[in-house]
Design a protein around this ligand. Sequence first.
Ligand code: DX5
Ligand code: ZN
Length: 221
Amino acid sequence: QPEFLIAPSILSADFARLGSDVERVINAGADVVHFDVMDNHYVPNLTFGPMICEALRGYGITAPIDVHLMIKPVDSLIPSFAKAGADIITFHPEASEHIDRSLALIKEHGCEAGLVLNPATPLHYLDYVMDKVDQILLMSVNPGFGGQSFIPNTLDKLKQVRERIDASGRKIRLEVDGGVKVDNIAEIAAAGADMFVAGSAIFNQPDYKSVIDAMRSELAK
Ligand code: DX5
Ligand code: ZN
């Protein structure tokens, strides 16, 4: 019986009231805080860094924080995010000169580690790291912005990654990010995902709990 994790992307939260908005989404039943870090270099947008992660911890957020690094270079900010309270840190392999080293650095700092693959990034990046990753994130939109539409061929890619995870015999989470909504989460789960990032689908509705409940009932089908 798979355990499904719902990870609201705070990219779509109210930044002027970030602490209370994140608290509200956790109280509404979210499992994980998805924290999108953008640098206007690797992706054409700019968000927040370790100080904001630390501020959420200071505010009293205790839920796991899943830091999605869309930055280049990667390694220089890993220790800061670990100190700031990250639990999981993922990065894009194209943004790291030494993928194995970046994964090791994340683990050395006590966090779970993962790779993020863009819609057109091939799966061969996974070939020699299946024994080192705790999580694999497939982007179902091009990274940089919330509110984009789910790219349908992600479903086929999810199935292929699910096969690789099952063949590895390891417990690796398969996360999907971009355009996840109540009306497509069931088929995304059927393709093999077990961790679902959703930004606009949750934060653009007034009642977070009703969206998260609707997602869970779709997942229970
Ligand atoms: C995009 C980010 C996503 C984004 C998802 O680069 O990685 O986490 O916020 O937003 P929605 O769910 O609105 O597609
Ligand atoms: Zn993300």
